[in-house]
Design a protein around this ligand. Structure first.
Ligand SMILES: [Zn+2]
Length: 237
C-alpha cells in the first residue's frame, strides 16, 4: 500500500493525465477526416468519369435533334423537287445536290450516334457508381460530424470538471513534493507512473531491486529511465 501522501499525489496525477489526454484528443479532433478525403477523391473522379458520361449524353441529345432537323429539311427539299414547281435543270441539279449533302450529313451523324450508343452504357454505369458512393459518403460524413459535436461537448464538460477538481487535489500536496511533481510533469507531460511488476508503467523500463523495494516501502522514488515518480499499489498490477 502506498503512503497517504503518494496516494494523494496519484489522485492529482490521475486528474492531470486525463486533462492531458483530453487536450491531445482535442488537438487531433478532426472527425470524418477519412470520409472527407474519400469525398474529395470521388468528386475528382466525377469531374472526369462522370463528366465523360454527361458529355456523351448531351452530345446524343444534340445529335438526335440535328438528325430530326435534317430529316425535316430533306422532306421539304423532296417536296420541292417533286412538287412540280421546279422546272429548270439548274434548279433540279441544285436540289439534288442539297439532298445528297443532307443525306450525307445524316449518315455521318448516325455513325457517330452508333459510337455513342456503344460508349454511353458503360460510361453511365461508371458515373452512377461514383454518384451512389458520393451520396453514401456524404451521409456518413454528416453523421460523423453530428456524433463529433456530441463527443466534443462531452470532452469539454469533463475538462471543466477536472479543472475544477484540480486545485483541491493540489492543495493537500506538500510544497516540495508539488514542485518536484510539476518539474517532472513539465518535462514529460505526466509526472507519475505505476510500478507494474518490475517495470515502470510510463516507459516500460525494468527497475532495479533497490528501486522496487523502496517503492514498496512507501519511499518516493523515480524511474531510473524516465524519472517519473513511481507509484506502487497492490491494486495496480
Ligand atoms: Zn519510466
Amino acid at each position: 500500500m502506498a503512503s497517504a501522501e503518494l496516494m494523494r499525489l496519484w489522485k492529482l496525477h490521475e486528474i492531470d493525465s486525463e486533462l492531458l489526454d483530453i487536450r491531445r484528443k482535442a488537438a487531433n479532433f478532426n472527425p470524418g477526416k477519412d470520409i472527407q478525403a474519400r469525398i474529395a477523391e470521388l468528386e475528382a473522379l466525377d469531374a472526369t468519369v462522370g463528366a465523360k458520361y454527361r458529355n456523351l449524353h448531351t452530345e446524343q441529345i444534340d445529335l438526335d435533334l440535328s438528325v430530326k432537323t435534317l430529316q425535316d429539311k430533306l422532306k421539304k427539299v423532296d417536296k420541292e423537287m417533286y412538287g412540280g414547281t421546279v422546272t429548270s435543270s439548274k434548279e433540279v441539279a441544285n436540289l439534288e445536290k442539297e439532298i445528297f449533302s443532307t443525306k450525307k450529313q445524316i449518315s455521318d451523324i448516325e455513325e457517330r450516334l452508333l459510337v455513342i450508343m456503344d460508349e454511353i452504357g458503360p460510361a453511365k454505369t461508371e458515373a452512377d457508381k461514383i454518384t451512389a458512393e458520393l451520396e453514401t459518403r456524404k451521409k456518413q460524413y454528416a453523421a460523423a460530424r453530428k456524433e463529433a459535436v456530441a463527443l466534443k461537448t462531452q470532452l469539454e464538460t469533463r475538462y471543466a470538471e477536472l479543472n475544477k477538481a484540480r486545485p483541491d487535489a493540489a492543495r493537500i500536496i506538500p510544497a516540495t513534493m508539488m514542485s518536484k511533481y510539476e518539474n517532472i510533469r513539465a518535462k514529460h507531460g505526466t509526472a507519475m507512473a505505476a510500478l507494474k511488476g518490475q517495470n515502470c508503467g510510463g516507459c516500460g523500463t525494468v527497475q532495479s531491486e533497490r528501486i522496487i523495494l523502496s517503492a514498496r516501502d512507501d519511499k518516493t522514488v523515480v524511474c531510473e529511465s524516465c524519472h517519473r515518480i513511481l507509484y506502487f499499489s497492490e491494486g495496480i498490477l
